[in-house]
Design a protein around this ligand. Structure first.
Ligand code: HEC
Length: 164
């Protein structure tokens, strides 16, 4: 009886150990892939739009910017963004039809999330997603951070201004 109990305890201990290892590996993988695109970002505050119609421009397209509740006060009043602050920009094709300029197909969504672990990119995670919502393989330093650092360091790396 004693022996069986000890054996059972060891098995339980081993199983817990295994679960911890698997969980850690999954989390490490998730970390490498960056943050997931928040599913509900369309219900955040729409803070501004902009159009860059020139197809050769790196930021071509319609931009709709959405800001979460954690980031909104700082976007309006200035200062340093708190942990968890987030922005999404949805990019759409620019389509001219019948005298109007409208949004075409989704090009991509880009995301910034304030995270103190992101020390190599100014304390923000940068990520991009295709129209299917799947993460795009980008180098966040070269593809994103370098431009945000150059142009928006004084406003905690955030370019856009709140539009009433
Ligand atoms: C060439 C410079 C440049 C590059 C490269 C760039 N951005 Fe931006 N980003 C901007 C500008 C300018 C804005 C403001 C756009 C507006 O006001 O509509 C902006 C806005 C944003 C915003 C909204 C918050 C803010 O700063 O206004 C997010 C989120 C964002 N970019 C993420 C990214 C990600 C992720 C990448 C890399 C995949 C990236 N950006 C690459 C210039 C850049």
């Amino acid at each position: 009886m004693e022996g069986r109990l000890r054996y059972r305890r060891r098995t339980v201990g081993l199983s817990i150990g295994l679960i911890v290892v698997v969980l850690a590996a999954t989390l490490a993988l998730a970390g490498e892939m960056g943050a997931a695109l928040p599913k509900d970002f369309r219900s955040w505050t729409h803070t501004k739009s902009m159009v860059i119609p020139d197809k050769s421009h790196g930021l071509y397209g319609f931009h709709n910017i959405y800001t979460n509740d954690a980031a909104l006060p700082t976007l309006k009043e200035g200062g340093t963004y708190k942990e968890g602050s987030a922005f999404v920009v949805s990019f759409y094709d620019v389509v001219v039809e019948g005298g109007t300029t409208v949004t075409g197909k989704k090009i991509q969504d880009v995301l910034m999330v304030k995270d103190k672990e992101a020390t190599g990119t100014g304390g923000w995670i940068y990520a991009a997603y295709g129209p299917d919502g799947k993460p795009l393989q980008i180098d966040p330093v070269k593809a994103c951070y370098e431009c945000h650092e150059k142009g928006a360091k004084a406003t905690d790396f955030v370019f856009s201004k709140y539009v009433d």
